[in-house]
Design a protein around this ligand. Structure first.
Ligand SMILES: Cc1ncc(COP(=O)(O)O)c(C=O)c1O
Length: 419
């Protein structure tokens, strides 16, 4: 017989705050404590930090829309005509005509039937699985399963976790990053389990790597095994594909994705807000079942008006998408010419690989001194020994900005003997 020894784990308030501070101190010691560097003024290709202009290489402002004159104007007009806030969730009195318009425009832009706004893509991803699996759909005995890429965004991981807690009939099958063979094997193995709903969930573009999910293969698998294909295209909508319609357009499979999620907080204006887009019946169902939609405030009118204008800009011509692509190709080529190692690809996320965390930390600090704002990523955010600087290129950058940044990389890279 085993006896369990109960230790005293109760913390009074004083002890709790002390324990929290000790934990923070530990992360400072391990250099994993995140430091916020305030920007004085607006987001852009160049920003002001501590009174100095620096080139911004860390934002998701892929098209430079976060302060584009047309977006500012649309937000201002939206504020004048529709007000600042609605003080309501959607279904009570928080739906304006522009919310409906934006949902229609997003759906059309993505080549699907309908879309539902959420306060963020994080909320949308947290909502999706639990909402979808929440009803019995007339069945008494069933299980559902989510196949999820191991490098999916935290919000998908949390969405999967939440649905496993909230709906006990959910299984999770994480697969290795872009591991099509492994996923295919899992789906084949699971055939005998007769799952009610199967979802394959992937980021379109992975935020730490800047690489794309192999959508043609994922579409083939989802068709073969009767699964829904869920793509979080937050880093790709407005960015990849000839007209900015995302990872599917980039891989010539536009129109073949079952469910999209995405954000208004990156290319499409950069403020906040997210959405789920797909079949009409699915979106209608989510309007009834998504708890973050039902119990959280509507997206503010100025943001909605600005997001509609972002879609107008994208639909009028491809100039910003092309500028972002040209800037990215230029930076990718020149940084390699300087002798840096990057992860290959074509996305504006350019991971500059440095290996050890200490080098990434020193390099980002010295780059800021040289007028370049770029953030380092290291373990546990990325695997041990794969510390990197995550450069993000924007249509807001001029060639001068990029050349200034490249010169700083060369200087600091030499100083730290990285090149
Ligand atoms: C792939 C992905 N999904 C979701 C999100 C969350 O988006 P939001 O800021 O709208 O919550 C992010 C943001 O970092 C992301 O990179």
């Amino acid at each position: 017989m085993t006896t369990s020894i109960k230790t005293n784990t109760s913390l009074n308030q004083e002890a709790l705050y002390k324990a929290l501070e000790a934990d923070l101190e530990k992360s400072r010691g391990a250099k994993t404590y995140k430091i916020e560097v305030p920007i004085e003024g607006e987001q852009g290709g160049e920003v002001t930090v501590a009174g100095r202009k620096v080139v911004m290489l860390a934002s998701n402002n892929y098209l430079g829309l976060s302060n584009h004159p047309r977006i500012r104007e649309a937000a201002r007009k939206g504020l004048e005509k529709y007000g600042f806030g609605m003080a309501s969730v959607r279904f009570i009195c928080g739906t304006q005509t522009i919310h409906k318009q934006l949902e229609e425009r997003l759906a059309k832009f993505l080549g699907v039937e309908d879309a539902i706004l959420h306060s963020s893509c994080f909320a949308a991803n947290e909502a999706f699985f639990t909402a979808l699996f929440s009803g019995d759909l007339g069945m008494s005995d069933y299980r559902d399963v989510i196949y999820s890429d191991k490098l999916n965004h935290a919000s998908i991981i949390d969405g999967v976790r939440l649905s496993r807690i909230a709906v006990k009939t959910t299984d999770a099958r994480p697969y290795d990053h872009n591991g099509i063979d492994q996923l295919s094997q899992m789906l084949a193995e699971d055939e005998s389990k007769d799952y009610r709903i199967k979802v394959i969930a992937t980021d379109g573009v992975f935020s730490m790597e800047g690489d794309v999910a192999p959508l043609p293969e994922l579409i083939a698998l989802s068709k073969k095994y009767g699964a829904l294909l869920f793509v979080d295209d937050s880093h790709s909508t407005g960015v990849l594909g000839a007209t900015g319609r995302g990872t599917a357009e980039h891989q010539n499979v536009f129109g073949q994705i079952d469910v999209y999620t995405g954000t208004l907080g990156k290319a499409l204006g950069g403020a906040a807000g997210g959405y789920i887009a797909g079949k009409k019946e699915l979106v209608d169902y989510l309007r009834q079942k998504s708890r973050p939609y039902t119990f959280s405030n509507t997206v503010p009118p100025p943001i909605v008006a600005a997001a509609i204008e972002a879609i107008n800009i994208l639909e009028e011509d491809n100039s910003l998408v092309e500028r972002s692509r040209e800037n990215t190709a230029y930076f990718r080529r020149e940084i390699v010419n300087l002798g840096f190692k990057i992860l290959a690809g074509s996305h504006p996320i350019v991971p500059v690989m440095l290996g050890e965390a200490a080098i990434a930390q020193d390099m980002s600090r010295l780059l800021l001194d040289e007028g370049v704002y770029v953030r380092g990523l290291w373990y546990p955010v990325v695997p041990k020994g794969e510390a990197r600087l995550r450069v993000q290129i924007s249509a807001a950058h001029t060639k001068e900005h990029l050349d200034q940044a490249l010169a700083a990389f060369q200087k600091v890279g030499k100083k730290l003997a990285v090149i």
